[in-house]
Design a protein around this ligand. Structure first.
Ligand code: BG6
Length: 467
């Protein structure tokens, strides 16, 4: 069997600290925006509470207990043959309130141990600096609406770039940065529907990311820093030019985040929109140069589904991946959570991004959220997940092989069942490994290899030849 994936292709999996670690107050950790989000369910949104209420369940507090079980979990990633593991550093383990002058040594030591556990198994860590976990202590500044937060973020970046210089060389600044337009609380502790507020916060994140890119290069010239796009891709509802026009506008709303980070400036269409809407950016001297000089080395993105957009679609978007556009795609099946499953759309997505930016791409999230059942003999048969992953990997292979798209790697979401970001549920499971935890946080926390575990192991061992 001959593999059609490049040699050294980065196969692996991806997680986020707040959905995986738990231990929300251990090791000197402070509270983050994720720690005040209750659990919801399909159709019932998570709530953001003012502090922690005794009678509410907050899934990030215990999550699936990775904080104490990281050795065992990473051992399983080693068994899978991972080449790469994408994880996030929880900012509040390093700077518990976000604004301290000195970092928390215990937090730094924790990630030293995590990275060492990866490196011992030849797994390269790919680290997200901010994955839906902004320190709650920064709210008193107005979080990302305040320019001072850029400096706090840079202090955190400088600390971890220096500390992990010999262990990590691939970084992502902000997870799904375009979530600032759909769920700003998750993207950066911003609780507002106002476009002016969201665009101010996004502006500061762009500046912070650009500065982080330069800093990372200065500290270690081997560092590669990427951006991360929440993969919103759509098809026009029909060939009615009005539907196509709305579709283009929808894509502009999302892709402008990539334009700024890959090209180093705001696109003309966005500046015209700001002019029309009366939105102003808090630009200071030197900022344009900062954005220009801080373009990313690679573009990473998540891909779960595609949308259909037409003239009825509102451009005020809400929701995380399951953005409501008002249309369904009759050609596609949907997951139990209503997400349209579209493997061919991944090839399309890779081509859209590569045509537009011509820089290396990474798929850093892709997977199926589904209910799993543990059989009496302890096995978990998740054939649907295998089908989902296989079909997507095939389309990724076509993009590489037939279209010449440069793809560095693929980290599926997520190697172990973890908390769902959009609903806070456990039962929306993505894992190759089952975690025995329920929606209320009960269970043994035991890990069980699912059928997809054995399948993905073969895929990696054959560098994608044995699908
Ligand atoms: C992405 C996020 O939006 O999608 C992850 O980066 C998230 O944090 C993933 O978990 C899947 O979404 P959900 O809501 O099903 O967990």
């Amino acid at each position: 069997m001959q593999s059609e994936f490049p040699e050294g292709f980065l196969w692996g999996g991806a997680t986020a600290a707040n959905q995986f670690e738990g231990g929300y107050l251990e090791g000197g950790k402070g509270l983050s925006t994720a720690d005040v989000m209750t659990s919801g369910e399909h159709g019932v949104p998570r709530e953001i509470t003012n502090g922690i209420m005794d009678d509410r369940h907050y899934p990030s507090h215990e999550a699936v207990g990775h904080y104490r079980r990281f050795e065992e979990d990473i051992e399983l990633f080693g068994e899978l043959g991972f080449k790469c593991y994408r994880l996030s550093i929880n900012w509040t383990r390093i700077f518990p309130n976000g604004d301290e002058a000195e970092p928390n040594e215990e937090g730094l030591r924790y990630y030293d141990e995590v990275f060492d556990a990866c490196l011992r198994r030849n797994i390269e860590p790919l680290v997200t600096l901010s994955h839906f976990e902004t320190p709650l202590g920064l709210l008193k500044y107005g979080s990302w609406t305040n320019r001072q937060v850029v400096d706090f973020f840079l202090r955190y970046c400088e600390t971890v770039f220096n500390r992990y210089k010999s262990k990590v060389t691939r970084w992502i600044t902000f997870n799904e940065i375009n979530v600032m337009s759909t769920k700003p609380w998750m993207a950066g502790g911003v609780d507002s529907d106002e476009e002016q507020v969201r665009m101010t916060a996004a502006y500061h994140q762009f500046l912070a990311s650009a500065k982080a890119v330069r800093l990372a290069h200065q500290i270690n010239p081997a560092n590669k820093v990427g951006m991360m796009y929440a993969g919103h891709f759509s098809y026009p509802h029909s060939c009615d030019p009005e539907d196509v026009q709305r579709h283009d506008e929808f894509m502009h709303k999302m892709l402008f985040y990539c334009d700024v980070q890959c090209r180093g400036r705001y696109p003309a269409y966005k500046l015209k929109e700001f002019e029309r809407e009366g939105i102003t950016l808090p630009i200071e001297a030197g900022d344009e140069e900062t954005l220009r000089q801080g373009t990313v080395d690679f573009l990473s993105f998540s891909y779960y589904l595609t949308h259909v957009v037409g003239k009825e679609t509102s451009l005020v978007m809400k929701g995380l991946n399951g953005v409501k556009t008002g249309y369904a795609n009759p050609h596609l099946p949907t997951s139990e959570w209503g997400w349209a499953i579209n493997p061919l759309g991944l090839r399309h997505a890779l081509n859209v991004l590569y045509d537009r930016y011509q820089i290396p791409l990474m798929i850093v999230e892709n997977g199926l959220g589904a209910v799993d059942r543990v059989e009496e003999d302890g096995s978990v048969h998740d054939g649907c997940r295998i089908d989902y992953l296989r079909d997507h990997i095939r389309e990724m292979r076509k993009a590489i092989q037939l279209d010449g798209v440069e793809v560095w790697g693929y980290t599926m979401w997520s190697p172990i069942d973890i908390i769902s970001a959009s609903t806070g549920e456990m039962k929306k499971r993505y894992g190759l490994i089952y975690a025995d935890v329920d929606d209320q946080g009960g269970g043994t926390f035991k890990r069980i290899r699912k059928d997809s575990f054995h399948w993905y192991k073969k895929v990696i061992a054959s560098n994608g030849a044995d699908l």
